[in-house]
Write a protein that binds this ligand. Sequence first.
Ligand code: ADE
Length: 229
Amino acid sequence: MRIDVLTLFPQVFDGFVASSIVGRAVASGLLTVACHDFREHAKNKHRSVDDRPFGGGPGMVLMCQPALDAFEALDADPDGKPLRILLTPQGERLDQRIVEELASVPRLALLCGHYEGFDERIRALSGAREISIGDYVLSGGESAAMVLIDAVTRLLPGALGDEQSARDDSFSDGLLEYPQYTRPREYRGLSVPEVLLSGDHGRIEQWRRSQARMRTSQRRPDLMEDGSH
Ligand code: ADE
């Protein structure tokens, strides 16, 4: 998979793209992440990418030309056109179902906004899918892009050492994950549940399933609402 990130702060991604699961996916060739400073597409004298809003009001608005030219420059690539995404608090809220959809396409292009927002015509003319990572406002889309890249990378076949672990993640089956334990068997008076030491894989599976259901109904009753659990 290839992900192009259009940002005014490409350096923010350096450590992220080199570390942990994402870093390993990049090193093994499963994933390419290319960060582009879209200021390079600004054609005006001062290379500015934003301007004051028509109608007045605080803050600055990202202008159409640099953002759209940056998206369009990616289409020239012989690998095919990426699915365009705008990171914005006004988008549909990212969840595991959307992450699965995005992980199934070969190329993504993520546009990270800053300032007060995007000129509305960037939305209309780019045809981008708008994604929010939650109901709060960040100062820029970069951290949202990292969230999206991280969640997508976990689903690329071979990105995790053990294929099982993405399947067992919270949300992969609509439930939160069951409790996990490792050594020692007892710590500060708290013991590992006996069933996990039993070696009985049937019982362990049953216990985990019931713990996942219990935890989900206590913490996230909204996830139980569709009745399939
Ligand atoms: N940019 C600013 N806030 C955001 C959010 N919540 N999600 C995605 N992009 C954003």
